[in-house]
Ligand binder design. Structure first.
Ligand code: ATP
Ligand code: MG
Length: 524
């Protein structure tokens, strides 16, 4: 079998004091399309090895001056990845063995025939490339490993952040409503209260800013969650625009220093797949676009993201940059694993091959057009879910209208969440808070009736799902009035459940207004 190697990778060093031998070998290398450097002495070879790393070296054993075996010994120490082939005179088996002992990869007996030489060089280059790829693969496996643990860590942090954020936001919302009223009352009550009133107003201002900060954290948590979700269930309906926006936020640091971002969005249907994978696809394209633009001149460059519909309910996502462009000879290799033009440590060359596999999985296509010096456009086309496609959901009709005061039961094992929600909702509803699922069942079984029951999905004794299942049996009309809140959309069981009940699920930390709106719909 003939060796398979990429001639553009790696350079060969040819060391022989006979010009005619060097000439023959260089012709062979030229025919193979392999770059070569020639040297007639060991000193010249050493000088060349100081400036270039070689994939393979052909060394004549009998050099004038320093022997080829000395050079071999030096080269093995200097460039261990370089595969050395020592050329010895026919019949001199001893020195061939000596060469192998010193670390030569192979030997060639002179005079050699061209086929043998070509084959030997091919095999050496193939071997070298395999070793290089192996090294890189190990590097990227280490890197993905690190990313996976980082992802797990992020998921954990997000999870832990959710509960405190939920009640920080609810409390802020409450204070934000109450403080201005107290301020007005103080000012009305007495003139002397003016100074106090002004101070309270400043406090309200501080509070507003704090609430905005917490709200930004909530959005960040939501975005990180998009990426940290496991992918076993690749069958969600994914809002492409939301995934794109979340990804843009992740890439914004990269982008800001290099280019101005332009959005051009049409309304597009959702696609079927995994939000995390779609995010990964978009992130790879955006990071590549950013990396194609040198930092420092953000006003001179653009990264344009476009969302559009294409015939047949297809969704088009384009990422266009005004970066360096891609050389035409690189285009055919772009999606091959490990193809990169970036310096070691900056690119593994896996990004686009991953993009390609994600697009294939989603049943779409990925195209590139580029012109050197002008920029590059990556175009993703994915099959959209038609609007008519049936959604398997048990839904609650959500109507936003003024509502009667309801009796609401909140069950959350984090007591602070319950108390904060009770306070937040006190103006609209009468709220009772409990910390265990068992308490909800006990109350309902004892004949208590609620206009809405807000269940945390993860409670230690009975989960929200368990309580709901029991309610469906013992008091179906109460089960109809259940809303779920969850901090964990990672685990499989919870994911499947929240998919089925998407219209009544709120992810923690939720926005006060979303909770109020859902409650209005359920209380009626
Ligand atoms: N928008 C772009 N503009 C110019 N060149 C690009 C662009 N996107 C990709 N390329 C070229 O394609 C090569 C492969 O891209 P790919 O994303 O697969 O790997 P990478 O970016 O080099 O490394 P990484 O594994 O970190 O993504 C890049 O090294 C670069 O030469
Ligand atoms: Mg990349």
């Amino acid at each position: 079998m003939s060796p398979r190697f990429d001639p553009s990778r790696g350079c060969v060093l040819v060391v022989d004091d006979e010009a005619s031998v060097r000439y023959v070998i260089l012709r062979v290398l030229e025919d193979l399309g392999v770059r070569a450097v020639e040297a007639s002495t060991a000193a010249e070879a050493r000088a060349a090895a100081q400036v270039e790393r070689f994939a393979c070296a052909l060394i004549d054993k009998n050099l004038i001056g320093e022997s080829g075996l000395e050079l071999l010994r030096w080269l093995r120490a200097e460039q261990p990845a370089c595969l050395a082939v020592v050329m010895t005179a026919y019949g001199n088996l001893e020195s061939s063995i000596e060469a192998l002992r010193l670390g030569a990869w192979d030997y060639l007996l002179k005079p050699f025939d061209l086929d043998g030489l070509t084959h030997r060089i091919g095999r050496a280059l193939e071997q070298h490339q395999l070793a290089e790829d192996h090294e890189r693969l190990q590097g990227s496996v280490r890197q993905s490993d690190r990313l996976i643990s980082l992802g797990t860590l992020a998921a954990g942090i997000v999870h832990e952040l959710n509960n405190p954020l939920t009640y920080v936001l609810a409390n802020l919302e409450y204070l934000h409503r109450e403080l201005p009223r107290a301020t007005a009352e103080v000012q009305e009550a007495q003139r002397a209260g003016d100074a106090l009133g002004a101070r309270l107003q400043r406090l309200t201002q501080v509070l507003t800013e704090t609430r905005d900060g917490a709200e930004r954290m909530r959005q960040l948590v939501r975005d990180v969650r998009t990426f940290a979700r496991p992918d076993e269930d690749a069958q969600r309906s994914v809002d492409v625009r939301a995934a794109l926006e979340a990804t843009l936020k992740m890439a914004s640091l990269h982008l800001r220093q290099r280019a101005q971002l332009e959005r051009d969005y049409e309304d597009v249907p959702p696609v079927r797949g995994s939000e995390a994978k779609l995010g990964q696809l978009l992130l790879n394209l955006l990071v590549n676009a950013a990396q194609a633009i040198p930092p420092g001149n953000p006003l001179e460059h653009k990264v344009r993201v476009r969302l559009a519909r294409a015939p047949g309910e297809r969704v088009v996502i384009e990422v266009q940059d005004t970066g360096c462009g891609i050389a035409p000879e690189h285009l055919p290799r772009l999606f091959q694993p490990f193809f990169t033009t970036k310096p070691a440590g900056q690119g593994t060359g896996l990004g686009l091959s991953i993009c390609k596999s994600i697009v294939d999985e989603l049943g779409g296509s990925l195209q590139v057009s580029s012109s050197v010096g002008q920029g590059t456009t990556f175009r993703v086309e994915l099959p959209g879910l038609s609007a008519a496609a049936p959604q398997k959901r048990e839904s609650v009709v959500v109507m936003d209208r003024s509502t009667r005061r309801g009796r609401v039961l909140v069950a959350d094992d984090d007591e602070a969440v319950g108390t904060a929600l009770a306070r937040l909702l006190e103006r609209e509803h009468d709220v009772e808070a409990v910390t265990r699922g068992q308490q909800v069942l006990a109350a309902v079984e004892a004949g208590e009736r609620y206009d809405a029951i807000v269940l945390d999905l993860q409670m230690p004794d009975l989960t929200g799902m368990d309580v709901f299942a029991r309610l469906q049996q013992v008091a179906p009309e109460q089960a109809e009035r259940v809303l779920f809140v969850t901090a964990d959309t990672f685990s499989q069981g919870v994911q499947a459940f929240t998919e089925r009940h998407a219209d009544r699920v709120l992810e923690k930390p939720h926005h006060a207004q979303s909770l109020k709106r859902l409650l209005r719909a359920v209380v009626g």
